[in-house]
Ligand binder design. Sequence first.
Ligand SMILES: Nc1ncnc2c1ncn2[C@@H]1O[C@H](COP(=O)(O)OP(=O)(O)OP(=O)(O)O)[C@@H](O)[C@H]1O
Length: 251
Amino acid sequence: MTSVPVLHLDNVAHAFGDMQVLQPMDLLVESGEFVAIVGPSGCGKTTILNLCSGWLTPSRGAVRQGGRSRTVFQHDGLFPWLTVGENVRLGLRHLPEAERSTRVAHWLGLIDLVSFERHYPHQLSGGMRQRVELVRALAGETDLLLMDEPFSSLDYLTRLRLRGELARLLREQPRTIVLVTHDIEEAAQLADRVLVLSERPARVCDEVRIDAHRPRDLTHPAVVNAVHRILTGLGLEQDRPATSASTPLTS
Ligand SMILES: Nc1ncnc2c1ncn2[C@@H]1O[C@H](COP(=O)(O)OP(=O)(O)OP(=O)(O)O)[C@@H](O)[C@H]1O
């Protein structure tokens, strides 16, 4: 199978004024790949996402996108004046009118919210709104989803549940995703590849591949090893002989 690059950061570096945020980096994201970016607070993760979306122009290098992208933020991205069903429907504008209602029901069914189709966002809990936001993003036609801490405002149990749902939804509708997260377990559970960034000015200090099918339990050996290696990359754990520095992590 030939892979198609959806995103290419070619020797990209960025500075805000005289503050260097990002050291030159290369990143090639292929179609269907899920890449997570983790790193210390303030190191430049959101800046990378903004460079990927084209919202920021890099001080150096070039960003090439192979299609359309959409950014999913941590805060509510739903239109408060539209119902849940209408919000999801917005993501389906590429489909013929007749198909949209069936697809809305299908997507809401996947997140157990069919009976909330006529509710407005303010009538839902934070976790429910985030689930709607997620399916709205996944149901759309965009080639690249850029996610900035999409679950960070949620409680731990809801985050765990949503991670599982995202993994399941991705089986239904594979997507190319770049996810920025503080949550190392989230990165290890979801991503095919995790980029570990250093302190600002950020550089990629490790790249961890996780070759295990999704959904993955937190106790899956590939997840446990990846978490350990990411923590080691961040300088938060001592390395141990069990995880070799450059071998891919497999199931
Ligand atoms: N528009 C801007 N103008 C000037 N400085 C900025 C701007 N946006 C971000 N910065 C600075 O760039 C650095 C990186 O910010 P960024 O938001 O990318 O970090 P982050 O890794 O996403 O942080 P966190 O994990 O805390 O969300 C920070 O020092 C921040 O103050």
